[in-house]
Design a binder for this molecule. Structure first.
Ligand code: BTN
Length: 243
């Protein structure tokens, strides 16, 4: 159903996948024990020098021609639901912060970074990067520049990384086809029920500006409906912070 390539140490599983798309198959998974240059969203760094955590990328090549109707932009939201289901298996209830951060008690435990390569009308491939804090100490968390947590700290025991990954990937690939056929609507209700920000006063930071308002709803395409002083705004990208 999917194939895995393992690396002990690599710059970034996303960078490797993007640079080698021509030689990688659809559903190829790249896993590293450590990354020397882990990338986060919006040009940030993802701390990746501690073993026992999830640093992986999934390569998808759903077709050779790029079709804007494909729900590629929503795949991170699909994965955020899959991650919540995986945490449930450990007795942990996680919440999604739009668009795709996973928080537990307000602290980040997982981040997703998607990258798309298109050449003309050709879809070279889509890369979905997944980082999950499974085994980190309180000391390690101090290195992260935002409130963060790890599954090992929540459960007070070492977490088996390979078991976690296998469970998560099985869940992801089991329903991938249905998700690709139906798009965000396929997970919309569950995404909303696992969201921890709707109805709150929020600020959205995107590359060059900030916008404040009430996070009113999630639209059928996964975008956020913001009520900013009575004006309805549709937000498709950015970082959300609850006020
Ligand atoms: C975020 O900023 O929240 C996204 C973090 C994504 C980190 C993962 S770790 C595996 C993959 N390779 C990378 O360089 N980044 C992603």
């Amino acid at each position: 159903m999917f194939e895995i390539i393992h690396f002990d140490e690599i710059e970034s599983t996303n960078t490797f996948a993007l640079n080698n798309l021509d030689n990688l198959k659809d559903r190829q998974v790249i896993i590293a024990n450590k990354q020397t240059c882990g990338k986060g969203r919006l040009g940030r760094k993802w701390i990746s020098d501690i073993e026992g955590n999830v640093y992986l990328s999934i390569v998808l090549k759903p077709s050779q021609i790029y079709n804007p109707e494909m729900p590629l932009a929503n795949l991170t939201q699909y994965m955020s639901v899959i991650l919540c289901r995986t945490f449930n298996d450990y007795g942990i209830s996680a919440q999604i912060k739009w668009p795709n951060d996973i928080l537990i008690d307000g602290k980040k435990i997982s981040g997703l970074l998607s990258e798309l390569k298109i050449q003309g009308t050709n879809l070279k491939g889509f890369v979905l990067g997944v980082g999950v804090n499974l085994n980190l100490s309180e000391q390690h968390l101090l290195e992260i520049n935002q409130p963060a947590t790890a599954l090992s700290l929540l459960l007070n025991k070492q977490i088996n990384r390979d078991e976690f990954i296998q469970n998560m990937l099985n869940k992801f690939f089991n329903e991938l086809e249905s998700f690709m056929d139906n798009g965000f609507i396929f997970i919309k209700n569950e995404y909303i029920s696992r969201s921890g920000f709707l109805g709150n006063d929020v600020v959205i930071n995107s590359l060059n500006h900030k916008i404040c308002g009430i996070a009113e709803a999630i639209n059928n395409d996964g975008s956020l409906l913001l009520n900013s002083n009575g004006a309805k705004k549709i937000i498709t990208m950015g970082d959300l912070f609850c006020l």
